[in-house]
Design a protein around this ligand. Structure first.
Ligand SMILES: [Fe+2]
Length: 94
């Protein structure tokens, strides 16, 4: 349900026909919302697994959680490497 909402949000954003630079920044921000949702979900399930003593699952879920965090960090770096600044410039040209 949440993922469907995030996809719908991205579709609505794209439907506004943003300038290419604004589109890049917006899609990165949307992807980060997806990652943050995943981080919350995997973190909770990992904790439940730990509480139930499923240590094999805990390590796998922690590995997935770490990967989601790394993806989020890569998206932040991408956004801050110039994409957001280009989007702001494009927006100010309008
Ligand atoms: Fe992810």
């Amino acid at each position: 349900m949440i993922m469907e909402g995030l996809i719908k949000e991205a579709e609505e954003f794209l439907g506004e026909n943003p300038a290419p630079d604004v589109m890049d920044a917006g899609l990165i921000a949307n992807a980060q919302r997806v990652e943050h949702y995943e981080i919350a979900a995997y973190g909770a399930v990992r904790t439940f697994a730990r509480m139930m003593g499923h240590n094999d699952m805990v390590s796998l879920l922690q590995q997935t959680l770490d990967e989601e965090g790394q993806t989020d960090q890569k998206l932040t770096k991408l956004a801050e490497s110039g994409v957001n600044q280009e989007a702001e410039r494009a927006k100010n040209k309008k």
